[in-house]
Ligand binder design. Structure first.
Ligand code: NAD
Ligand code: IPM
Ligand code: MN
Length: 354
């Protein structure tokens, strides 16, 4: 098949991990006779430096015309002055909104070979397989903001329609898994959470074959550590999902491991590792590209419908996690390009043996 993929490497380690993911996609294209056309564009701090805007028109237009978008990370100390009139992160939020990708899928799996790196004891890590479905285009991220010298506000707003669509997506995904949805909110305090909970409750009636539970976000932060193996699909609003998934990444062993897919109504999607630009290690060639490579696998699955190819990439990544090499964040000494070469070699082997 032919596909147009826009890459947005962004800032910090973004270009390093994106290059690894692109190389893996190129290897997939060669093995399976696909034609992937890659087009690179600016986003974030590097886009501000070059054009004044964190999401230049040319970048947005290219994304809107692509089959899929692969993003690295945005942001960094250079653009983090609280007084700055424009910020890299605004470009990412504007892109998510413009593409209408309201459902952010963030899978958490714990590879047994990395169990010793998890802050949790090994017995807690058995059977951990959670799919977070984070609402991505609403809530406090997108509400009105005000600022005076001594007051600031961030409006947190949700409409019923916004909650309905992400809830349906979560229940549909649960039907392909263990049919268990946990909805996370703060309904004991927040009005948006009460609207969230009653809407989720009503939509759940359309899915009588799926079990629904509600959990308050503070206790969920605790339960994720005490019984991570209990959860299947976890659906939650934008800010709670951001925070809980960094916690989830720690359970897996490193923030560098987790991928994500951001989806809307069509097949076009935005794919990015959940980590940021990692300024402390940027430019050193040591960033873990696993989250980015697994995001590329999600791209193959969700935007291009290439399930077999996605599974081959995931198997290759699992093999490298099992046998090494490993980057520093997961206890090894390898660099980003070592992992890229190892994953491609494992992919070659898997495809040859398939
Ligand atoms: P971060 O995710 O960039 O880094 C947190 C810690 O995890 C750091 O110690 C870093 O070295 C480590 N880490 C992250 N990714 C890694 C990888 N692939 N391999 C090995 N180690 C990795 O979070 P931060 O430092 O709080 O944020 C830095 C900047 O990134 C901020 O400007 C923030 O807004 C931005 N950010 C962007 C995205 C995105 O583009 N999607 C996501 C999160 C944060
Ligand atoms: C993420 C990041 C972003 C978010 C920032 C950079 C806007 O933390 O993708 O998890 O909060 O959504
Ligand atoms: Mn985040």
């Amino acid at each position: 098949m032919k596909a147009r993929i826009v890459t947005l490497p962004g800032d910090g380690v973004g270009p390093e991990v994106t290059a690894a993911a692109v190389a893996v996609l190129q290897a997939v294209a060669a093995h399976f006779d696909h034609e992937f056309a890659f087009e690179e564009h600016l986003i974030g701090g590097c886009a501000i430096d070059a054009t004044g805007s964190p999401l230049p028109d040319a970048s947005l237009k290219a994304c809107q015309q692509a089959d899929a978008v692969l993003l690295g990370a945005v942001g960094g100390p250079k653009w983090s002055d609280p007084q700055a009139p424009v910020r890299p992160e605004q470009g990412l939020l504007a892109l998510r909104a413009a593409l209408g990708v309201y459902a952010n899928l963030r899978p958490l799996n714990v590879h047994p070979a990395l169990a010793a790196l998890s802050p949790l004891k090994e017995d807690k890590l058995r059977h951990v397989d959670v799919l977070f479905v984070r609402e991505l285009t609403g809530g406090a991220y997108f509400g009105a903001k005000t600022r005076t010298p001594d007051t600031a506000t961030d409006e947190c707003k949700y409409t019923v329609a916004e909650v309905e669509r992400v809830t349906r997506r979560a229940f549909e995904l649960a039907r392909e898994r263990r049919r268990h949805v946990t909805s996370v909110d703060k309904a004991n305090v927040l009005e948006t959470s009460r609207l969230w909970r009653s809407t989720v409750q009503r939509i759940a009636a359309e899915y009588p074959d799926v079990k629904l539970e509600h959990q308050l976000v503070d206790s969920m932060a605790m339960l994720l550590l005490t019984q991570p193996g209990y959860y299947d699909v976890v659906v939650t609003e934008n800010l709670f999902g951001d925070i809980l998934t960094d916690e989830a990444a720690a359970i897996a062993g490193s923030l560098g491991l987790l991928p994500s897919a951001s989806l809307g109504e069509g097949s076009r999607g935005l794919y990015e590792p959940i980590h940021g630009s990692a300024p402390d290690i940027a430019g050193k060639g040591v960033a873990n590209p696993t989250g980015a490579i697994l995001s590329a696998a999600m791209l193959l699955r969700h935007s291009l419908g290439l399930e077999d190819e996605a599974a081959h990439v995931e198997a290759a990544v699992a093999q490298v996690l099992e046998h090494g090499p490993h980057t520093r964040d997961i206890g090894g000494h390898a660099g980003t390009t070592d992992i890229r070469h190892a994953v491609i070699a494992a992919l070659d082997e898997h495809v040859a043996n398939a």
